[in-house]
Design a protein around this ligand. Structure first.
Ligand SMILES: Cc1cc2nc3c(=O)[nH]c(=O)nc-3n(C[C@H](O)[C@H](O)[C@H](O)COP(=O)(O)OP(=O)(O)OC[C@H]3O[C@@H](n4cnc5c(N)ncnc54)[C@H](O)[C@@H]3O)c2cc1C
Length: 830
């Protein structure tokens, strides 16, 4: 039978009591939505197998009129009291992994609210997380459970394990969560050390067979362990059925618990560990039979071991693990034995959680050691191939299909939440203001800022819709460089300024929505060229450069321009650039003429990133450098605004700018002389993809307006929507839009996974496809609107003009096509 999580707690063990009043004070100010004072806190302790004591917090709020609002439940997890084994009980790491998974993936984990490292609150570090109401199957034999449900429960746990093993750790900020290579080797050494420190003289009995086991394991470490392979990634470390919370009635996992041992490494260890019920019954106590299902018989409905592993391999795409299975199983038993020995040692010292269960741990350690030797001496454990036909799940193929919460391009809950907020903001604040913004931009006050823009920016900041474009890795660099020690306040900067920690793919879903309106991106501080310029400063800026320029840009106090293109030379080939940046003493002197410097007309524009040559004689791609120039420096002259099909894009504009003996300090050079191309590559990858994402949004807006118009407007006796030619054109637009969206999302995903250089082919494809698709859709939308579509009375002509520029402004199509073709030919030559 399953036990509901609400039935797994009892009163707090005396050794684990803590200062509840201090906790309450802390939680009220650190957990969003925690009931405010006055309130009542009831603490109880989960008794089921936790090496880090885990508590249920039930907090209710006095309403003041003798009633009490229903209590809210949270779970607190802390380190145990007393002296601890080195590196064990790291609740900080548990918090880190849960936060990353909860924020960026669909892996089922409880939401975490706060981490407290201050021991003065309740004596040790702790964190507070969501309470999950659901079923826990304490016994892996699933007694009292119907055969069908048993099958579904095992299948669901294999899928849950596959889901966590499919996580792209590099994209969710966990790339340094552990060393990936040589995991097993290090683990064998680590658990051997741990075993030695838990047993021996003055401590519980040390089993010599355990030491022999360690030697055997060291000799049989799989070859795949030494490098990054298909099985390297996030490892849970304690993945077993009783660490999973299942939905109260549906047979699916809603929470994977107990992440204490999680790290990066060889995921086959998790798979083997989760298979231990097949080889040993660790729940059988005292002198009972300790064999697992393979020996004692499987309870009806529980799949065979090969079926269980095949289910996992199919869901995760991992190879069939036959070759080293013996090692992985023996290692899992060895590690389990070391953990049990540690728990038993703690029990003898009086500070193990888990009550009576802890007392049995010493015996269990020895059972596992014996079982490991039995496994080693067994001929075959897994068949050479997965069982026939398991891929097409024999009984219910539909259950194997991804659900609506799975799939490569299904945004995480967090992104969906941001998306809802963004859509709401667009409806309530952006669309209603579009007409007024446009009117001001066409008036004699065109180069001024509408006061509503500043108000909306503040609102976007408050709503957490600010700087969402900043990728996780760039934010991490700036956080380290600029805000070491998390001291945001010393600089007077709000920590939200570094965005929401999204990957490029995650941002893609949001950036698309901003693309619905030409006015939206700047309200969220996500407009070009500021985004690209901030990216440059985040990635390549020194601490001083970041302080001077990045912070005001992050805060939206200033704007910036990127000055590369020159009227005199074909600038799609940046090696042609003629602007000179010459060193003179402690200064650089800049001379040249640029045009199409977007944003330079904006009254708030303060910074120009200028690309020029510091050495005309160096190798072709080492002549260029980038330098930071204050637009008010003597010699910088904004000559004139340029027009795009009659739009000057006021108040930001695109300017022709001349530089005449402009002197800037040497510290303003970015990254160093000759590094301009390198920076351009870093800048243009994500930045250009943002354009593509916005173009998807612009096309969606076109589709929406086109359909609305076609449903309202009548011509030749019927609505335009009833004319056959419209219907087929509309359908073709939708097909093209969806194709392009998938391409752009795939490009974002590859950018996250492989980086700019490796993803350059698909990035180039997205850059060609997106503007061309948007142009066709918007052109069709304008056509359906008749003459109105070409006027400025709808947003269509402006969206179209912007889309058209992106066949050139972001590098001409021909250049991107050249990249794609070159890669294609290279592939053919391989
Ligand atoms: C609205 C807008 C905003 C812009 N914003 C900025 C900005 O903020 N900062 C900035 O520095 N620049 C900006 N630009 C300029 C833009 O980056 C350049 O226009 C672009 O790089 C092309 O350079 P070019 O105009 O000199 O064209 P050229 O290099 O002269 O190219 C002209 C044409 O030659 C052909 N061609 C070029 N290369 C190849 C090839 N390899 N194979 C085949 N045909 C080829 C293509 O048809 C191309 O369109 C902006 C442009 C626009 C329109």
């Amino acid at each position: 039978m399953a036990t509901m999580t609400s039935k797994l707690h009892s009163s707090v063990a005396s050794a684990h009591r803590f200062d509840e009043a201090a906790l309450l004070r802390y939680a009220v100010s650190n957990v969003e939505g925690f009931p405010g004072a006055p309130n009542r806190l009831v603490v109880s302790q989960f008794g089921h197998g936790h090496s880090n004591p885990t508590f249920l917090l039930e907090v209710s709020h006095d309403t003041g009129d003798s009633t009490r609002a229903p209590s809210k439940r949270y779970v607190l997890r802390k380190k145990p009291p007393g002296a601890l084994l080195e590196s064990a009980h790291a609740v900080e790491r548990e918090f880190q992994v849960l936060k990353a998974l909860g924020d960026h993936t669909n892996v089922p984990v409880p939401k975490v609210f706060c981490l407290c490292n201050d021991p003065s609150v309740i004596g040790t570090s702790f964190y507070i997380m969501e309470y999950l109401e659901g079923r826990i199957f304490v016994d892996s034999k699933l007694p009292g459970v119907a055969p069908d449900t048993r099958k579904a429960i095992y299948r669901a746990s294999a899928k849950a394990l596959a889901s966590l093993h499919s996580v792209n750790v590099d994209a969710i900020g966990l790339e340094r969560f552990g060393r990936r290579e040589n995991y097993c080797r290090r683990q064998v050494e680590r658990w051997e050390r741990q075993y030695l420190s838990s047993t021996g003289e003055g401590k519980p009995y040390r089993n010599p067979k355990m030491l022999e086991l360690a030697s055997w394991l060291k000799k049989h470490v799989p070859v795949e362990d030494s490098s990054r392979t298909a099985t390297t990634g996030l490892v849970h470390g304690d993945f077993r059925i009783d660490n999973l919370v299942f939905h109260p009635v549906e047979d699916r996992v809603i929470g994977i618990l107990d992440w204490e041992l999680s790290t990066l490494g060889n995921q086959m260890c998790d798979v083997a560990y989760s298979s231990l019920p097949y080889v040993v019954d660790i729940n059988s106590s005292e002198d009972g039979i300790h064999g697992g299902f393979e020996l004692t018989g499987r309870p009806e409905g529980i799949p065979s071991l090969p079926d269980y592993i095949a289910e996992y391999c199919f869901a995760s795409g991992k190879p069939w693990p036959v070759s080293d299975w013996k090692f992985y199983l023996a290692f899992s038993l060895f590690r389990g034995a070391s953990i049990y020995a540690g728990v038993y040692h703690r029990w003898t010292l009086g500070n193990a959680s888990g009550g009576e269960r802890a007392q049995l741990s010493g015996k269990r350690a020895n059972v596992l050691i014996d079982t490991a030797w039995m496994v080693i001496n067994t001929q075959s454990l897994l068949p050479n191939k997965p069982p026939f036909g398991h891929e097409i799940s024999r009984d219910d193929p539909a259950k194997l299909l991804p659900t609506e919460q799975q799939g490569k391009f299904v945004p995480s809950q967090r992104v969906l939440h941001l998306k809802r907020k963004l859509l709401h903001f667009m409806e309530n604040h952006i669309y209603p203001m579009e007409k007024e913004f446009s009117e001001l931009a066409q008036s004699s006050l065109r180069w001024t800022i509408h006061p509503e823009e500043s108000r909306l920016k503040e609102l976007a900041k408050k709503e957490g819709l600010w700087n969402l474009f900043i990728p996780l890795d760039s934010a991490a660099r700036a956080r380290k460089l600029l805000f070491a020690g998390n001291d945001y306040n010393a600089l007077g900067v709000d920590s939200n300024m570094l965005g929401a920690g999204l990957s490029n793919l995650e941002y893609g879903y949001l950036c698309e929505i901003m693309g619905h309106s030409v006015w939206a991106p700047q309200i969220f501080n996500c407009a070009a060229p500021d985004t690209g310029n901030m990216e440059v400063l985040l990635r390549y800026g020194t601490k001083d450069q970041q302080k001077e320029w990045l912070i005001p840009l992050l805060e939206g106090r200033i704007r910036s321009g990127f000055a590369m293109t020159e009227p005199k030379v074909a600038s799609s080939d940046a090696t042609n650039i003629e602007c000179s940046i010459n060193r003179r003493g402690d200064s650089y002197i800049i001379n040249g003429r640029k045009w199409w410097t977007s944003g330079a007309m904006d009254p708030r524009c303060k910074l120009l990133i200028v690309m020029g040559k510091t050495d005309f004689t160096a190798a072709k791609h080492e002549q260029q450098s980038m330098i930071l120039v204050d637009i008010d420096t003597p010699g910088v002259r904004v000559e004139r605004p340029l027009m795009v099909f009659g739009f000057d894009d006021a108040p930001h504009g695109h300017a022709e700018v001349s530089f005449e003996n402009v002197e800037v300090p040497v510290e303003n050079i970015l990254l160093g002389e000759g590094r301009g191309f390198e920076i351009a590559q870093g800048r243009l990858g994500p930045g250009r993809l943002h354009h593509c994402m916005r173009l998807i949004g612009a096309a969606e807006r076109g589709m929406q307006l086109m359909v609305e118009r076609a449903l309202k407007r009548r011509a030749f006796g019927k609505r335009i929507a009833e004319h056959g030619s419209f219907l087929s054109d509309l359908a073709k637009c939708r097909i093209e839009l969806e194709q392009t969206r998938l391409l752009v999302l795939e490009a974002a995903d590859q950018l996250d996974r492989y980086g700019n250089k490796k993803a350059r082919g698909i990035l180039a494809m997205a850059k060609v496809a997106a503007p061309n698709m948007a142009l066709r859709v918007l052109d069709m939308a304008m056509q359906v609107h008749g003459a109105a579509g070409l006027s400025s009375d709808t947003v269509l002509s402006h969206l179209w003009a912007t889309a058209r520029t992106l066949r050139i402004a972001d590098g001409p199509d021909e250049v991107h096509l050249g990249t794609i073709a070159k890669l294609e030919i290279q592939r053919a030559k391989l």
